[in-house]
Ligand binder design. Structure first.
Ligand SMILES: O=C(O)C[C@@H](O)[C@H](O)C(=O)CO
Length: 272
């Protein structure tokens, strides 16, 4: 098994709360990105006290209430299935704060983390505020929901985005990387991919590789898997008949997404 590929854990951590994924500095080489997925049954609660880390809570599917101090946000979440392809609600919570997520319906909640020292205001990121982008042509078509892009200063480090790739298409393609602190040409950002497929028996392929091939892994990724991208190019290929969804979390020393295309493949962008 690749050390970059994570399968769902399905570990009960509280009444009605199942830990589906947990990526942290304790169980990976990532220093800037932490990632969790929890399934919360209707009426159950997940609570967490953040230390020196900020968190973006994404109502992936189902409906939730989120409370942090005097802030209470009700009935967040816009879809029962990510393949409804509509943006959803999220909440940004800064370091050293405690939040609670209560499920209004059975819900899957994504928790995106990055180290943070400087407190920022808690912020409700409404579905309507997600920038929606259609990128690419030929077999490189995808749709993006920008939850926390680098143009939004609400977070210290976190960048969060959802990407839908059409059947038979490629995304994060031509292959690009962001693993050098070399601004303005490239930024260093670690990344995680949480994947789903429609229909769910589908799979996609994701390759993670560096120029010198000291890292070069090609993974068969199934519904609900997570891929870690500590460095390198990280294209995704989607087989015919299946659609792909993934949620990316990125973070690094500077909060800017500046990627570098693999020079061997950048030519695909130059076609008419
Ligand atoms: O293909 C896309 O446009 C999505 C990717 O950019 C993805 O969000 C990523 O690789 C970020 O580095």
């Amino acid at each position: 098994m690749s050390k970059l590929l994570r399968k769902p854990l399905q570990e009960t951590i509280d009444d009605g709360v199942t830990l589906v994924h947990e990526v942290s500095g304790q169980n990976s080489d990532l220093k800037y990105v932490g990632f969790k997925v929890v399934d919360v049954k209707k009426g159950a609660k997940y609570e967490q006290t953040l230390e020196k880390e900020e968190c973006c809570i994404v109502a992936l599917t189902g409906k939730i209430n989120v409370t942090e101090g005097d802030h209470h946000f009700s009935d967040l979440g816009r879809r029962d299935n990510v393949f409804e392809k509509k943006p959803t609600d999220s909440v940004y919570v800064s370091n050293d704060r405690t939040f609670e997520v209560e499920a209004v319906t059975d819900a899957r909640v994504v928790l995106c983390y990055s180290p943070s020292e400087k407190q920022l205001p808690t912020k409700f990121i409404k579905a309507e505020d997600n920038g929606v982008e259609h990128r690419g042509k030929y077999s490189n078509k995808r749709m993006v929901h920008n939850i926390l892009p680098d143009s939004d200063p609400s977070a210290n480090s976190l960048l969060v985005v959802e990407v839908y790739t059409e059947t038979g298409n490629w995304s994060s393609y031509p292959p690009h990387k962001h693993d050098q602190e070399n601004l303005p040409d490239e930024s260093f950002l670690e990344e995680t991919y949480y994947h789903e497929m429609d229909p769910p028996q589908g799979f996609v392929f994701q390759r993670v590789y560096t120029d010198d091939r000291s890292l070069d892994e090609t993974m068969t990724v199934e519904n609900g898997n997570v891929v870690l991208v500590p460095a390198g190019y990280h294209p995704v290929g989607v087989p015919d008949g299946y659609s792909s969804y993934y949620l990316n979390v990125m973070a690094g020393p500077e909060r800017i997404w500046k990627f570098h295309n693999d020079p061997d493949h950048a030519w695909v962008l130059d076609r008419d």
